[in-house]
Ligand binder design. Structure first.
Ligand code: KG4
Ligand code: ZN
Length: 340
């Protein structure tokens, strides 16, 4: 089965072709990602209208490259999949409409994929993982703990009640004058900082649910920073280190709780899977390893290029759905919000 996948929900314009064997074996034939970070950097964040226009400009060329690199023609496709949400609606419309056009012209099935489902199913492409497993998804737009029980069977165990973790990193970076995207900048600054200098709150610590909250912590950083004007380089490093330490503690606590809830309902998970840009953070990665060890399961992190937004994950989710006969019609709607 050969599937083309299209991703346009945020600021990456991406297309990929994957092959799926009847036994569930997956192979990536091409995976082209064009990040728009430079287009948005001077605004300090993603500007939806700019993103949508850039997707219009870029997508056809990206699809062309993905098909050429895979060395196949549209007639050979078993289906075309597009992320139909959740995301910035202008971009979602561009990707889904393009997929519909390809499906119609080449008379091939359409799969309207939930972007979060695609993140959730990626470790079955990279690591042949069996169900059930526990997904920790932490990006600029999402923070979720999900029990992945089967294709189409996702039970959300926890989510953020306010900001996403990546969003909190980005906002803290912005208030400290660090460039966008802020996560890597904060991590770098934290390396030279004293994590014990500021006693920031550990949000939700000890709560019996597995939800996250970041906005109180973000405000605490803002308050502390406003007392230190003008900010010296060392202040920035110490604020970043103290903030990151609070995020680590909170994440470890919330994930332990999520894994406890998982075990109560589904037994020991096949793995704890981390995805999303935040999983690129080395300190968070080692915190996740400890959490997985303590829960008696293994930690899987798909390679960074497949953890962040890409077309291969959409193509793979499309293939998993196609294999079960789950296709969509031309009525499939783009969705800004779409819970798993
Ligand atoms: O998954 P992703 O590439 O895109 C989406 O948001 O969909 O995630 C990007 C987010 C940004 O908020 C970025 O600041 C954060 O992931 N991020 C990090 C690190 N690298 C990226 N956060 C903390 N530490 C990092 N090293
Ligand atoms: Zn994503």
């Amino acid at each position: 089965m050969l599937v083309l996948g299209i991703e346009t929900t945020c600021d990456e314009t991406a297309a990929a072709v994957i092959a799926r064997a009847p036994d569930g074996d997956g192979r990536i034939l091409s995976n082209i990602v064009r990040s728009q970070v430079e287009e948005h950097a001077r605004f300090g964040g993603v500007v939806p209208e700019i993103a949508a226009r850039a997707h219009v400009d870029l997508l056809d060329g990206i699809i062309d490259r993905a098909m050429k690199e895979a060395d196949i023609g549209f007639a050979e496709l078993s289906g075309v999949a597009a992320a139909a949400g959740p995301g910035l609606i202008g971009g979602v419309i561009v990707g889904l409409t393009t997929a519909k056009a390809i499906a119609m012209v080449h008379d091939t099935p359409l799969v309207a994929v939930n972007h979060l489902e695609a993140h959730a199913l990626t470790p079955r492409l990279t690591d042949h993982l069996e169900f059930p497993y526990c997904l920790f998804l932490a990006s600029g737009g999402h923070t979720q703990i999900v029990a992945v029980v089967g294709v189409g069977q996702y039970i959300r165990l926890g989510t953020t009640v306010d900001d996403a973790i990546g969003e909190a990193f980005d906002k803290v970076a912005k208030m400290l004058g660090l460039p966008y995207p802020g996560g890597p900048q904060v991590e770098r600054a934290a390396a030279d900082g004293d994590a014990a200098r500021f006693a920031f709150p550990r949000p939700m610590q000890g709560r019996p649910d597995a939800n996250f909250s970041l906005s109180g912590l973000k405000t605490a950083v803002r308050n502390e920073a406003s007392r230190l004007v003008p900010l010296e380089q060392q202040d920035i490093s110490d604020l970043c280190a103290s903030f990151q330490a609070a995020v680590l503690d909170s994440t470890a606590d919330r994930l332990s709780m999520g894994l406890k809830l998982f075990r109560e309902q589904f037994g020991v998970p096949q793995a704890l899977v981390a995805a999303g840009g935040v999983a690129a953070n080395q300190a968070i990665r080692s915190a996740l390893q400890h959490v997985a060890d303590a829960a008696g399961t293994r930690l899987i992190m798909p390679p960074p290029a497949l953890c962040t937004d890409n077309g291969a994950m959409i193509a793979w989710a499309g293939a998993e759905r196609l294999a079960l006969g789950l296709t969509d019609t031309m009525d499939a709607q783009p969705r800004a919000r779409w819970l798993l």
